[in-house]
Design a protein around this ligand. Structure first.
Ligand code: PTJ
Length: 497
């Protein structure tokens, strides 16, 4: 679960909000909790006064989606709030929300970091929870930062609190004052003053009518909920339960494996690895997997044997990786590349240099040692779109290319270049399947696992001096017919046709 916590410039409920987030971070939740903190200009000053700013990294450690964003470092267009349009967060919590922030949100103003976060979150239908400081009528206690009680202060010539304040926040004579913009709320001065003249304290305040009216306006806004500060923790925990029940797929679910693949693709999109179009392509594949019975056909096993032999016989094999393969089977594709000593090459249809880089990094994190694709210094003849761009030392000069989840025209173009192409495609009717040298009609993850086993078995046989089956003589079109026949036979067996 990913939460954006916005902090505005109020002392009231600040410590409480911090304690809630800190406690929740250490509690075992159903889902992993990531908190990004967004701090307004006034929020930053108040956090420092209360000595909380330096403790925030206990909640947000600086990793991706766990950063601390400070308003004055965010320019005027607040680029990081673009994450809300991309729906990267499950919820926004503004706690504490000053009456100023509440008023702006109530009237649709979005000219500060926090009000901009709220505006974009609402537009993206991300729920917003607001803990207002001035939401209830009557008097409330509010905590204020350190101050000097002029009745108790003796105006000592040697004022130890002043001398020892590392931030030089105490100044003036004979009765000194505290510069709250410098004070970090460490409390040392309070301990040092022998006359007990320095303290942070509780004062009684009363909300203005206008502030209460604005909070009421927020209550009526779609997508915003007003939370009492004492209910904040409970609210966040209930969000976790809700999030968990929404997204956690029970292993007993009859379509568990298939649903988990969808999760992997959604994660791939969120990480900038997979293109959104990849979901549509996967849907097409799923439909065929449904007909196949979500298992490996005999024809696919046969094709896998030949593919393994072809890869082992290749002089210069290369494995092409796109955004779907990287999300669904990075571990397997890296293992295979090690086994057959073939580089991986990122080659994507919806090409952007950023996505190429992210896929490359993703594969390297899984242990890949050689990932090509970022040079793109050669062109596959006969293709007009970006997928034509290949590396000269990679796909361009390869003799055998393994290209899972391929689009039809590139497969054809690679074959026209004289290469042997192995594809993995759930659709036995696709142009890719029909044009490839060897087509494995199976799900990419299942197929790669089988291919790894087949390569290992052949290598072991070779090691024992036994001959491994050759790939020549393989009839791809005939094997595809077998795949279609297997699908029809299954449907007949089930009495569906
Ligand atoms: O990452 P990019 O930019 O390279 O984009 C990748 C996609 C897959 C979106 C792009 O290559 C594309 O649009 O492909 P196509 O033309 O939709 O073809 C994808 C083929 O893969 C279809 O024939 C699907 O049946 C098949 N397919 C989809 N999911 C799987 C699959 N085959 C095996 N395993 C799958 N999980």
């Amino acid at each position: 679960m990913k939460i954006a916590w916005c902090i505005t410039g109020a002392g009231q409920f600040l410590k409480e909000s911090f304690e809630v987030f800190k406690a929740i971070k250490t509690e075992k939740l159903e889902t992993e909790l990531k908190v990004t903190i967004f701090i307004s200009n006034a929020g930053l000053e108040v956090l420092r006064m209360y000595g909380i700013f330096d403790k925030l990294n206990a909640i947000s450690n600086g990793d991706y989606m766990e950063e601390i964003f400070i308003e004055k470092e965010q320019g005027s267009s607040f680029p990081k709030t673009g994450r809300f349009s991309l729906k990267k967060y499950d919820a926004v919590v503004v706690s504490p929300a000053t009456s100023n922030t509440v008023a702006k949100i109530a009237y649709g103003i979005a000219d500060s970091l926090v009000t901009n976060v709220v505006s974009l979150a609402m537009k993206a239908c991300i729920p917003v929870y607001i803990v207002p400081t001035d939401g209830t009528a009557g008097k409330v206690d509010s905590e204020i930062p350190y101050s000097i009680d002029r009745d108790k202060c003796r105006g000592c010539d040697d004022c130890e609190p002043e001398d020892r304040c590392e931030r030089e926040a105490i100044y003036g004579s004979p009765i000194p004052q505290i510069d709250l913009l410098r004070c970090d709320g460490c409390g040392l001065c309070s301990e040092l003053c022998p006359y007990d003249a320095i303290s942070g304290g509780v004062v009684e305040i009363k909300a203005r009518e206008i502030d209460i009216r604005n909070v009421e306006l927020l209550r009526e806004m779609e997508g915003i909920s007003i939370i009492e500060h004492q209910n904040l923790k409970e609210k966040i925990l209930s969000l976790d339960l809700y999030h968990n029940s929404m997204y956690k797929i029970p292993e007993t679910h009859p379509r568990y494996e298939s649903l988990m693949k969808r999760e992997k693709l959604v994660e791939g999109i969120e990480a900038g690895i997979t293109s959104k179009h990849g979901l549509i392509a996967h849907g097409r594949g799923e439909a065929f997997d449904y007909l196949i019975g979500e298992r490996t056909l005999d024809s696919a096993r046969r094709a896998t044997e030949f593919a393994a032999a072809l890869l082992l016989a290749a002089k210069k094999p290369v494995i092409s990786v796109n955004g779907n393969v990287a999300a669904l089977a990075a571990k397997e594709i890296v293992e295979l590349s090690e086994l057959i000593n073939a580089p991986l090459e990122v080659n994507i249809f919806y090409r952007s240099e950023e996505r190429v880089r992210k896929i490359k990094e993703h594969l390297e994190k899984q242990g890949a040692r050689k990932v090509l694709g970022d040079k793109a210094d050669a062109k596959t003849p006969g293709i007009e779109h970006a997928r034509a761009m290949v590396d000269r030392e990679g796909i361009y000069s390869a003799d055998v290319v393994l290209a899972p989840l391929e689009d039809g025209d590139r497969c054809e173009a690679l074959v026209d270049m004289g290469k042997k192409v192995i594809t993995i495609d759930l659709n036995p009717l696709s142009r890719t399947s029909r044009h490839a040298t060897v087509s494995i009609v199976d799900d990419v993850e299942r197929a790669l696992k089988n291919l790894i086993s087949a390569v290992k078995a052949k290598k072991q046989k070779e090691g024992e001096g036994k001959s491994v089956s050759a790939w020549e003589g393989y009839n791809n079109k005939g094997n595809l017919r077998e795949a279609i026949k297997e699908i029809i036979d299954r449907l007949k067996e089930k009495g569906l046709i």
